[in-house]
Design a protein around this ligand. Structure first.
Ligand code: FES
Ligand code: FE
Length: 457
């Protein structure tokens, strides 16, 4: 009953005010709020698990996390993909210690139980002698992730049987996702190994930084910007009138997913020491993409930098070509996993350039990541004090200055400098945290995709 009383004291409605752009600092530091996030956000939403290109063959597996739950994702003999908790059903040990590989079975280090790729308990040492043949193996398979589904190469898992389908969950964000996943006939892939970094930040801060914070670009990254060759700052239009919807966009209102884009070819390719190969690739294939995705996306979006956030913890940036998932490790820590991303139709030389440039900018020692890491860690740390925990933080820039743009889904604010997307992010966070179940979570795809689909059907 006491625990109940303490929980009641966490009045989620009062912690975030999206109408005025205010968040209590408790949401970055409080342990109980964090436990509720694991249940109501990470235990309920579709979470990115793996790209199909990372586990091409039967037996190929990849280890990841859903919230703090360690999960093995493995390609089955029939080509389908299953996912299981990486926890032995005997006494809980992990059954897989490697990050990725190919396995015919997972054998536990503790007492030697072994599990088949489909999760079934396949072997028990001394089964007859010690268990007298009375162990019902069928009750001790690895615990499967409730739902596993793929969208054009991206594999997601979900613990909640009552969630919407993955397609419905992604909703209008598919309009932007397809600009990487489906622009070219060869589809997409992640490049290289997983680049893992531990950061002392609450998981929400890097998500809302990338989902909407164009404000910090010219200040926090000023040094990095001037260090990289030929960075064209004119593309980072401020657009702070909030009414001119040409140029950069902050797109939200898509079921908690968000997009920040400079549009019209402004991209991280400007960072490249030699941008010629990628520019030639874009030029040579522009018409193909227009034919596949229509004029709006083919001309304005493909080849531009597009920061896509899939709620709660996945971010991918076509045009800057990094792909990232944030795994929470307590209220004040994350593991940030990054890959470079490419289209399969790109020439090898372009893929190499993409991987190198991703490491230079947003890799473990990346110019930009190092600027951000310290800021986000300090914002987290400064919310842990007795007095600072009573304070608020603000995302109140350009309130109410948003609208629609022809050809695009979502509720859109102009330019890259806005806190429009952050307000939608915290709104979605609050909606999930307050809802007892999926039925209480509102759906809002501001513009339906149907009009877009009709345009180039
Ligand atoms: Fe895995 Fe005992 S804990 S076999
Ligand atoms: Fe940054």
């Amino acid at each position: 009953a006491l625990m109940g009383a303490v929980c009641m004291a966490l009045d989620i409605a009062s912690l975030v005010d999206t109408g005025t752009g205010r968040q209590s600092r408790l949401i970055y530091a409080n342990e109980e709020i964090y436990r509720q996030e694991l249940e109501r956000i990470f235990g309920r939403c579709w979470l990115f698990l793996v790209h199909t290109s990372q586990i091409p063959k039967p037996g190929d597996y990849f280890r990841t996390f859903m919230g703090e739950d360690d999960v093995i994702v493995i390609r089955q003999k029939d080509g389908s993909i299953k996912a299981f908790l990486n926890s032995c059903t005997h006494r809980g040990n992990r059954v897989c210690r490697a990050d990725r590989g190919n396995a015919r079975a997972f054998t536990c280090n503790y007492h030697g139980w072994s599990f088949a790729p489909d999760g079934a308990l396949a072997g028990v040492p001394l089964e007859n002698e010690a268990y007298f043949g009375e162990l019902d193996r069928s009750k001790f398979g690895l615990v499967p992730v409730t739902k596993v589904s793929e969208y054009k190469g991206l594999v997601f898992g979900c613990w909640d049987a009552n969630s919407p389908s993955l397609e419905d969950y992604l909703g209008d964000a598919k309009f932007f996702l397809d600009v990487w996943l489906d622009a070219m006939p060869g589809g997409s892939a992640l490049l290289g190994e997983t680049q893992k970094m531990v950061l002392g930040t609450n998981w929400k801060l890097p998500v809302e930084n990338v989902c909407g914070d164009g404000y910090h670009l010219g200040w926090a990254h000023a040094g990095a910007m001037s260090a990289v060759q030929s960075m064209d700052l004119t593309g980072l239009s401020v657009g702070n009138s909030g009414v001119d919807l040409d140029g950069g966009l902050s797109v939200a209102g898509m079921n908690g997913h968000m997009v920040l884009s400079a549009l019209d070819g402004v991209s991280g390719y400007a960072f490249y020491p030699d941008p010629k190969p990628i520019l030639e690739y874009l030029e040579a294939n522009r018409q193909t993409v227009i034919d596949r995705l229509g004029e709006v996306r083919g001309k304005q979006v493909w080849g531009a930098q597009v920061n896509i956030t899939i709620f709660p913890n996945l971010q991918l940036l076509p045009g800057l070509n990094w792909f990232r998932v944030y795994h929470p490790k307590g209220p004040g820590q994350i593991e940030q996993w990054t890959w470079a991303m490419a289209e399969n139709d790109m020439p090898e030389a372009v893929k190499t350039q993409i991987l190198e440039n991703q490491c230079l900018t947003f890799g473990l020692a990346g110019l930009f990541d190092n600027d951000d890491g310290d800021n986000l860690a300090a914002c987290t740390e400064q919310s842990r004090g007795w007095r600072t925990a009573q304070m608020d933080v603000y995302t109140n820039m350009a309130l109410g200055r948003s609208g629609k743009r022809e050809g695009f889904p979502g509720d859109i604010a102009a330019g890259l400098v806005s806190e429009h997307n952050q307000r939608y992010f915290y709104r979605r966070w609050q909606e999930h945290m307050m809802a007892e179940n999926w039925a209480e979570v509102p759906t809002y795809n501001i513009n339906s995709l149907t009009a877009q689909e009709a345009e180039h059907a």
